[in-house]
Design a protein around this ligand. Sequence first.
Ligand code: GDP
Ligand code: MN
Length: 388
Amino acid sequence: MKLHEYQAKEIFRGAGVPVPDGVVASSPEEAAEAVRRVKGPPWVVKAQVHAGGRGQGGGVKVVGSPEEAVAATGKLLGAPLVTKQTGSRGVRVNQVLIEEGMEIDRELYLGMVIDRTSACPAMIFSPSGGMDIEAVAVEMPERIFEEGVDPATGWMPFQGRNLAYALDPLPEPAAVKGLMQVMQRVYEIFMAHDCSLVEINPLAITRDGKVVALDSKLTIDDNALFRQKNLLELDDPREKDPLELIAERHHLNYIRLDGNVGAMVNGAGLAMATMDVIKMAGAEPANFLDVGGGATEEMITRGFEIILSDDRVKAILINIFGGILRCDVLARGVVAAARKTGIGVPLIVRLEGTNVEEGRAILKASDLKFLVAHDLAEAAQLVSRNLS
Ligand code: GDP
Ligand code: MN
């Protein structure tokens, strides 16, 4: 579960990580009220969406007067915001954060994630913050520093020193101390809220030598939400793809992608392999959908409906290896969904495994038109042939 910047900053504030003063607004009127309450000029008006790259996409505006703040708010709320992470359609902006503007001297990067190799939290630090950290990692990997956390000791002060002393020139002692304090608190926030990501980019050193988190990104591990119930109310379903929201409600692992071949698969590994096959056939997957082992007929029906209601889908590939999920259950679900929605695009089916004969018989007995693939290679051929 992702939090908005303003929600994450609220948590930062409570944990003692310095952040700029700010107020959320969801209309130009609220923006006018916000600038009365927040120190400025300048103010910074920031689109609140679950996507990064807002700065480069025009979602962060530094303004010099209350009128400009109101106008910037109106503009951001009125049009979809397109950033590197949103796709070309962009996302709707429902709220902006209006903050006191800071005079920035240096922009650093600080983040904490789980290092999958050591299965422990790791602090990531870079003197090259502010811009695209992914680009820094590729082009200047020597400017990314990492400290793994030993769960037995927690975050240790010497680790903070290791990272802070990567800065050249070294900032004033007060800023070094401030930096180390932020690192300690980021670790505490990460642990206390079961985060999979805490990210501050930029972590600024201001002209007057203060360390301030200018941006904040916080993601909670969904599997820990049962013990983070107070965070549940911070969930903003408006930020989710509507089809992903339906899938979530039916416990389906569904991620919408940009391509045009819908895929219905059981098992995450097979789903990944199927996406590769679609790509190798010269097409692009429209989604990742793992219906899982324990899928019921109802879940299959819902999953297939979701694929059918995606207007970008120009062909559908069903690739099921029936193990725990029986092929007859799958076939019944597909037929039920097709009866409700109708299928206007080629349907390619590859079924193997438990009750496969029964599954095939159900599909055959229906008036569904589909193409049978006997293996993955043939499935790929059928996909590419039926797209053109
Ligand atoms: P992101 O692009 O979605 O990561 O949004 P950020 O919150 O990181 O903002 C993008 C950029 O806006 C930052 O890298 C800063 O350079 C700039 N910015 C953010 N807050 C302030 C501020 O208070 N004053 C000034 N001058 N620039 C700011
Ligand atoms: Mn940022």
